[in-house]
Design a protein around this ligand. Structure first.
Ligand SMILES: [Zn+2]
Length: 157
Protein backbone atom coordinates (compact mmCIF):
# COMPACT_ATOMS: atom_id res chain seq x y z
CA UNK A 1 0.00 0.00 0.00
CA UNK A 2 1.87 3.01 -1.33
CA UNK A 3 2.82 4.75 1.87
CA UNK A 4 4.94 7.85 2.03
CA UNK A 5 8.53 7.15 2.93
CA UNK A 6 9.46 8.08 6.47
CA UNK A 7 12.36 10.27 5.44
CA UNK A 8 11.76 13.83 4.49
CA UNK A 9 14.11 14.91 1.78
CA UNK A 10 16.39 17.77 2.68
CA UNK A 11 18.67 19.80 0.43
CA UNK A 12 20.38 21.83 2.97
CA UNK A 13 21.68 21.73 6.50
CA UNK A 14 22.55 25.09 7.97
CA UNK A 15 26.15 25.63 8.90
CA UNK A 16 25.25 27.41 12.10
CA UNK A 17 23.06 25.17 14.20
CA UNK A 18 22.85 27.11 17.41
CA UNK A 19 21.43 30.57 18.06
CA UNK A 20 21.45 32.20 21.42
CA UNK A 21 20.09 35.51 22.60
CA UNK A 22 22.67 37.97 23.91
CA UNK A 23 22.98 38.72 27.61
CA UNK A 24 21.18 35.71 29.09
CA UNK A 25 23.17 33.61 31.54
CA UNK A 26 23.47 30.01 30.42
CA UNK A 27 21.78 28.80 33.58
CA UNK A 28 18.63 30.74 32.74
CA UNK A 29 18.70 30.07 29.03
CA UNK A 30 15.80 28.09 27.61
CA UNK A 31 16.07 26.33 24.33
CA UNK A 32 13.82 25.28 21.49
CA UNK A 33 14.91 22.43 19.27
CA UNK A 34 14.25 22.67 15.57
CA UNK A 35 14.66 19.49 13.57
CA UNK A 36 16.56 19.54 10.30
CA UNK A 37 13.40 19.00 8.28
CA UNK A 38 11.68 21.84 10.12
CA UNK A 39 14.56 24.12 9.20
CA UNK A 40 14.29 22.92 5.61
CA UNK A 41 10.54 23.63 5.58
CA UNK A 42 11.18 27.18 6.76
CA UNK A 43 13.91 27.61 4.19
CA UNK A 44 11.76 26.48 1.28
CA UNK A 45 8.60 28.29 2.28
CA UNK A 46 9.80 31.46 3.96
CA UNK A 47 13.22 32.02 2.42
CA UNK A 48 12.82 30.68 -1.10
CA UNK A 49 9.12 31.59 -0.97
CA UNK A 50 8.00 28.53 -2.87
CA UNK A 51 4.39 27.42 -3.08
CA UNK A 52 3.45 24.85 -0.47
CA UNK A 53 2.87 22.28 -3.19
CA UNK A 54 6.42 22.69 -4.47
CA UNK A 55 7.92 22.65 -0.98
CA UNK A 56 6.17 19.36 -0.34
CA UNK A 57 7.48 17.91 -3.59
CA UNK A 58 11.02 19.02 -2.84
CA UNK A 59 10.85 17.27 0.52
CA UNK A 60 9.19 14.22 -0.95
CA UNK A 61 6.18 14.48 1.35
CA UNK A 62 2.49 15.28 0.98
CA UNK A 63 1.15 18.81 1.32
CA UNK A 64 -0.56 17.92 4.58
CA UNK A 65 2.64 16.53 6.01
CA UNK A 66 4.51 19.61 4.88
CA UNK A 67 2.00 21.82 6.67
CA UNK A 68 2.43 19.70 9.80
CA UNK A 69 6.18 20.27 9.64
CA UNK A 70 6.03 23.97 8.81
CA UNK A 71 3.47 25.05 11.41
CA UNK A 72 5.35 23.99 14.55
CA UNK A 73 8.64 25.12 12.98
CA UNK A 74 7.36 28.67 12.60
CA UNK A 75 5.92 28.59 16.08
CA UNK A 76 9.21 27.47 17.59
CA UNK A 77 11.13 30.24 15.87
CA UNK A 78 8.57 32.84 16.94
CA UNK A 79 8.71 31.52 20.49
CA UNK A 80 12.51 31.69 20.57
CA UNK A 81 12.60 35.17 19.09
CA UNK A 82 9.95 36.67 21.32
CA UNK A 83 10.69 34.80 24.53
CA UNK A 84 14.47 35.09 24.24
CA UNK A 85 15.17 31.39 23.91
CA UNK A 86 18.05 29.73 22.16
CA UNK A 87 17.42 27.69 19.01
CA UNK A 88 19.19 24.43 18.39
CA UNK A 89 18.88 22.78 14.98
CA UNK A 90 19.44 19.07 15.05
CA UNK A 91 18.05 15.65 14.46
CA UNK A 92 14.79 14.70 12.84
CA UNK A 93 13.72 12.28 10.17
CA UNK A 94 15.46 13.43 7.07
CA UNK A 95 17.57 12.25 4.21
CA UNK A 96 19.99 14.39 2.32
CA UNK A 97 19.46 14.64 -1.41
CA UNK A 98 23.06 13.63 -1.81
CA UNK A 99 25.10 11.46 0.48
CA UNK A 100 28.85 11.45 0.51
CA UNK A 101 30.71 8.17 0.76
CA UNK A 102 34.33 7.38 1.47
CA UNK A 103 36.27 4.19 0.91
CA UNK A 104 39.03 2.80 3.07
CA UNK A 105 41.67 4.29 0.73
CA UNK A 106 40.20 7.74 1.12
CA UNK A 107 38.30 8.22 -2.14
CA UNK A 108 35.14 10.24 -1.67
CA UNK A 109 32.12 10.50 -3.90
CA UNK A 110 28.51 11.60 -3.78
CA UNK A 111 25.50 9.36 -4.20
CA UNK A 112 22.16 10.91 -5.18
CA UNK A 113 19.10 10.24 -3.06
CA UNK A 114 17.32 8.15 -5.71
CA UNK A 115 20.36 5.95 -6.19
CA UNK A 116 20.69 5.48 -2.45
CA UNK A 117 17.16 4.16 -2.27
CA UNK A 118 17.24 1.97 -5.37
CA UNK A 119 20.81 0.73 -5.54
CA UNK A 120 22.93 1.70 -2.54
CA UNK A 121 26.63 1.69 -3.44
CA UNK A 122 28.47 -1.60 -2.79
CA UNK A 123 32.02 -0.58 -3.62
CA UNK A 124 34.24 2.39 -4.37
CA UNK A 125 33.94 3.60 -7.99
CA UNK A 126 37.64 4.51 -8.03
CA UNK A 127 39.33 1.44 -6.53
CA UNK A 128 36.47 -1.07 -6.25
CA UNK A 129 37.01 -1.84 -2.57
CA UNK A 130 33.84 -2.92 -0.75
CA UNK A 131 35.09 -1.17 2.42
CA UNK A 132 33.02 1.96 2.11
CA UNK A 133 31.03 4.03 4.53
CA UNK A 134 28.69 6.99 4.31
CA UNK A 135 30.28 10.17 5.60
CA UNK A 136 27.32 12.43 5.67
CA UNK A 137 25.02 12.45 7.38
CA UNK A 138 26.34 9.83 9.77
CA UNK A 139 23.91 7.56 11.51
CA UNK A 140 20.78 6.25 9.79
CA UNK A 141 21.67 2.67 10.44
CA UNK A 142 25.43 2.98 10.47
CA UNK A 143 25.25 4.41 13.95
CA UNK A 144 27.75 7.18 14.23
CA UNK A 145 25.55 9.13 16.58
CA UNK A 146 24.66 12.78 16.61
CA UNK A 147 25.37 14.31 13.21
CA UNK A 148 25.68 17.77 14.74
CA UNK A 149 29.03 16.84 16.17
CA UNK A 150 30.46 15.61 12.90
CA UNK A 151 29.26 17.88 10.17
CA UNK A 152 31.50 20.91 10.55
CA UNK A 153 33.49 21.70 7.43
CA UNK A 154 31.75 19.06 5.34
CA UNK A 155 29.37 21.11 3.29
CA UNK A 156 30.70 20.19 -0.12
CA UNK A 157 28.14 17.62 -1.09
ZN1 LIG B 1 38.51 3.84 -3.30
Amino acid sequence: MGRQPLWRRVNFIPEITYFKPAGIPLTRLQEVCLSVEEAEAIRLKDLERLEQEECAQRMNISRTTFARVLGPARQKIADALLSGKAIRIEGGNFEMVVRRFRCISGHEWDVPFETMINTPPQCCPACNTPSIMPLWPPGLGWGRGDWGKHHRGRRNW
